[in-house]
Structure formats: structure tokens, C-alpha cells
Ligand binder design. Structure first.
Ligand code: ADP
Length: 477
């Protein structure tokens, strides 16, 4: 089998490899992908550092052309790349193709942004002095990504880093190297100079740690667990390095008595269970007022009966498998915890067998949960959702905000008054009205507050805040 190698200083290298396994069918090896060392990582950082002076001064048209070519190729190959994604991560083929299209759109967006780089010229308070405010690239950016969006998250970090003139050392998650390899290959062939984008696949404890320990990385953008995020933060402070963290969520969706029942059920089923509940914006707490509670639970349970869990590539599958054995154990452990804590298992909770050996779990719904239970406070990252019954809107809002996290927060209501109040008072980076908490646009800011995120927002023009540093220049005329 071919080994998909690491790209360091413009050369494909690496002879050690690990298997990329399909979670829908653990007999299927998606490919062999290089397992980089600390030495490889150091070489990649040195290559990115050496490439920075020229790339940081590259013309905006060159950046535009490369980013646009990458966006165009990803779109042209959306079915093939979507299938690769579905095979390595386990989300369904339509979801995977949708994510691939989004990656393409992100490259197209930043291809446009490259042509819109601008500064400000303002008068000084001193006569005959001019002030210019510009944005410089940061330097070498370390990109560390998780497994749940194997193509979109790399895209939304790589595209702005290149657009604003930075060079990159990119380490994807161990479980999903294939899509990362594909987009690095596309960018390499699109004409990026040697060393501008380096790919080091491998273990977090080896490759990731070597990135954290390097004084030559000017900024690290990280999406992953809270524990690793803290390590990124501590190491970055030691090196006086900029960092940006996207971590967990425990996203609430409030359902009020006046909600349109269909809208509420569709939004809850989508954000709780699609993509196997493995989205950081997934709703895992459904906070439902008394008047609609029983009708909502009954309708949602009926809906869950229709959700087909099966092989990600099979037509008709709504929800694919859990990503791996470790995550499946986390999910089933939390299901046991929920039962012991006294929540009522209203639907699911069991492993399922399908034609192929994979990590299949029923969509699982707990009712009669309280917001103090561990299943309501800790991120599970699986298709496990709890319903919390509340008296009224005021209690619903307070419960929604009573969490260590603050990524996305949703409400289903037909009341303008409550929707407006919720938008203003939800303690979250993103608020959704009559929409799933998951599912965001590619051209506007993404991110959260409290324990979910740290640093400037990602995506859209707000991405410049992380990937650049501001310079104020004074000139005597
Ligand atoms: P998860 O538990 O969801 O896999 P992690 O935070 O462990 O989340 O993984 C997110 C990313 O962080 C992955 O690319 C992983 O390899 C990387 N990572 C894990 N440990 C470290 C570490 N010590 N230093 C840097 N990166 C790491």
C-alpha cells in the first residue's frame, strides 16, 4: 500500500506509517499515513521559518490565484473528497460532501480577502506627521486540528493563514489524516513555494508537543479538547506566542411553549444527533418549558425512531457510526452515568450491529434530567442528549447559561419578545433562533466564550485578528 507522506520543505517524506481505519467498517483500511517524529516537526518549523520572509512579501495576486485554485479543485472533486471524508470519519456521504463544499467556499472567500487587504491612513495629532496602520503577518503559524471536521477545520485555519502572508506547520488529528493530506497536496500543486505549508501527520504527544515546545512558532490555532487546549495556552504563554483555542461545548436549545413543534423537533434532532452528535456546536441539553414538554418529547421520540444509523456510505443512512472505540466507550460510559444519576432513558442507549463491523450506537435521549447532572454539565461528544424540564422562559434562560461552556445557544419560539431577549442575554458566541445550534455559515465569525474558546474569532474577515499583528507607522512629511 502507498504511504501518504508528510510534506516538509516542499518534499514528501516519511517511511513510518499508521493505518487510517474506516469506523463504518473496521476491516477497511482507508490508507497508510505517515507517522511524523519530533525531528520531522523541527524540520518543518525550520522550513516554515525560512520560507516566511519571501511569502510574507508575496504579491496579493499570487496568494489569490493559489487559494482560488485550491477552492476550485476541492469543489471539482467534492464527491471523491466527500467519500474519503465519510470513510475516514464516519459522517454520512451527504454530510461529508456538504463539508467538502464548505472547505471549497472557505478557500474562495479567502482568495477574495487576499485582494482586499487594506490599512488605514489617519492624520497625526502632530502637524506634518502622517500615521499609517497596517496588518503584518504573524510568522510561522502552528495549526492543530481535531477529527470531527476533517476538511472544513483545516480549511478555515490554512486559508486565512496563507491569505495574510503566514507560513504553516499543520498537524491534523491522528484519526483523520486523509482529507488533510488531500488539501495539502492540492495547495502544493497549486503553486505554493517550498516550505510555506508543511504537513506533519503523527501523534499529538509527539508532533503536537514538539510544536508547543518550539520558540519559532509565532501563533498556534487549536481546535480540540479542553485538556489539550490548556497545554497550548500554558506553552504559548511561556514562548510569548499568540494562541487561539476552540474547545468544548454543552450547547443548550430552549424550547418554549409557543414554539412551532415541527421546527423545534427538526432543530433538536438535527443538532443533537446528526453527524453522530460529534459537532462542537451540537445541542446536548434541550431545555423545555412545561406546557410543551410532553408533546415535544413524544414528537422527538417518534422522530428518533425514523433515524437510520448505518454505514456512512450507504444511501438512506441519516447517522453514521461513532468515530472510534475510545469515543464509543466515552458515550456508553455517559449513558450509564445518566442512568445512575436518575435521568430517564427515553430512547436508545444500545449498541447496534450492522452488516459491517463498526461503532454503531442508537440515538440516545434522556428525559427528567437536571442541569446539575454530569450528563448535563460535561461534554459527551456523541449522540446522547438530555431533556431538562423548566417552568418558564426566565428559568430556561438561566438554565441555558448555567454551564462552563459558551459556544452556541438556541431557542425555538414564535415570540419576538423572547427571541430578542434571548439573543441579547444568551452567554454564547453564536445564537440560533428557530435553527439548529449546529450549522453555521463560512463567511461570518465562528467561536464562543467562557470555557469554549479563547482568543479572536475564526472565519470571515474577523480571522485577520488572529493571523495578523497591527503596525502603526509615523512619517514626518
Ligand atoms: P480529542 O480528545 O477530541 O481527540 P485532543 O485535544 O486530544 O482531542 O486532540 C485535538 C488535536 O490535538 C489532535 O490533533 C491531537 O493530536 C492534538 N494533541 C493531542 N495531544 C497534544 C499535545 N500534548 N500537544 C499538542 N497537540 C496535541
Amino acid at each position: 500500500m502507498t504511504i501518504y507522506q508528510n510534506l516538509i520543505a516542499g518534499e514528501w517524506i516519511g517511511t513510518n506509517a499508521t493505518k487510517n481505519i474506516n469506523p463504518s467498517d473496521t476491516n477497511e483500511v482507508v490508507g497508510l499515513y505517515a507517522d511524523g517524529s519530533a525531528e520531522d516537526t523541527k524540520n518543518a518549523i525550520a522550513a516554515a521559518k525560512a520560507a516566511f520572509p519571501a511569502w510574507s512579501r508575496s504579491g496579493i495576486w499570487e496568494r489569490h490565484v493559489i487559494l482560488k485554485k485550491a477552492g476550485d479543485e476541492i469543489m471539482a472533486r467534492k464527491d471523491e473528497l466527500g467519500a474519503l471524508l465519510a470513510r475516514e470519519e464516519g459522517k454520512t456521504l451527504p454530510e461529508a460532501i456538504g463539508e467538502t463544499i464548505r472547505a471549497s467556499q472557505i478557500f474562495e472567500f479567502f482568495a477574495g480577502e487576499a485582494l482586499r487587504l487594506a490599512g488605514e491612513v489617519i492624520p497625526s495629532v502632530r502637524p506634518n506627521v502622517g500615521v499609517e496602520i497596517t496588518r503584518d503577518p504573524l510568522g510561522v503559524i502552528g495549526i492543530i486540528t481535531p477529527w470531527n471536521f476533517p476538511i472544513a477545520i483545516p480549511a478555515w485555519k490554512i486559508a486565512p493563514a496563507l491569505c495574510y502572508g503566514n507560513t504553516i506547520v499543520f498537524k491534523p488529528a491522528e484519526l483523520v489524516p486523509a482529507c488533510s493530506w488531500a488539501i495539502v497536496d492540492i495547495l502544493h500543486r497549486a503553486g505554493l513555494p517550498k516550505g510555506v505549508l508543511n504537513l506533519v501527520m503523527g501523534k499529538g504527544s509527539v508532533v503536537g508537543q514538539a510544536m508547543l515546545d518550539s520558540p519559532d512558532i509565532a501563533g498556534i490555532t487549536f481546535t480540540g479538547s479542553t485538556g489539550t487546549g490548556k497545554r497550548v495556552a500554558v506553552s504559548s504563554l511561556e514562548h510569548n506566542r499568540k494562541f487561539q483555542l476552540e474547545m468544548g461545548g454543552k450547547n443548550p436549545m430552549v424550547v418554549l411553549d409557543d414554539a412551532d413543534l415541527n421546527v423545534a423537533v427538526e432543530a433538536a434532532a438535527n443538532s443533537g444527533f446528526f453527524s453522530t452528535g460529534q459537532r462542537c456546536t451540537a445541542s446536548s441539553r434541550l431545555i423545555v418549558t412545561e406546557g410543551i414538554h410532553d408533546r415535544f418529547v413524544a414528537a422527538l421520540t417518534e422522530k428518533l425512531k425514523t433515524i437510520v444509523v448505518d454505514h456512512a456510505m450507504k444511501p438512506g443512512t441519516h447517522v453514521g457510526p461513532v468515530v472510534d472505540e475510545r469515543q464509543l466507550k466515552t458515550d456508553t460510559d455517559y449513558i450509564e452515568i445518566g442512568k445512575k444519576e436518575g435521568a430517564k432513558l427515553a430512547f436508545g442507549g444500545e449498541l447496534i450491529t450492522r452488516d459491517t463491523p463498526g461503532f454503531y450506537l442508537q440515538p440516545t435521549l434522556f428525559t427528567e434530567a437536571t442541569n446539575q447532572m454530569r450528563i448535563s454539565r460535561e461534554e459527551i461528544f456523541g449522540p446522547v442528549v438530555s431533556v431538562i424540564r423548566v417552568k418558564d422562559y426566565e428559568e430556561a434562560l438561566a438554565t441555558a447559561n448555567d454551564t462552563p461552556f459558551g459556544l452556541s445557544s438556541g431557542i425555538a419560539t414564535t415570540s419576538l419578545k423572547h427571541a430578542t431577549h434571548f439573543k441579547r442575554n444568551a452567554e454564547a458566541g453564536m445564537v440560533m433562533v428557530n435553527l439548529p445550534t449546529a450549522g453555521v455559515d463560512f463567511h461570518v465569525p465562528f467561536g464562543g466564550r467562557k470555557g469554549s474558546s479563547y482568543g479572536p474569532r475564526e472565519q470571515g474577515k474577523y480571522a485577520a485578528e488572529f493571523y495578523t499583528t497591527v503596525k502603526t507607522a509615523y512619517t514626518l512629511a
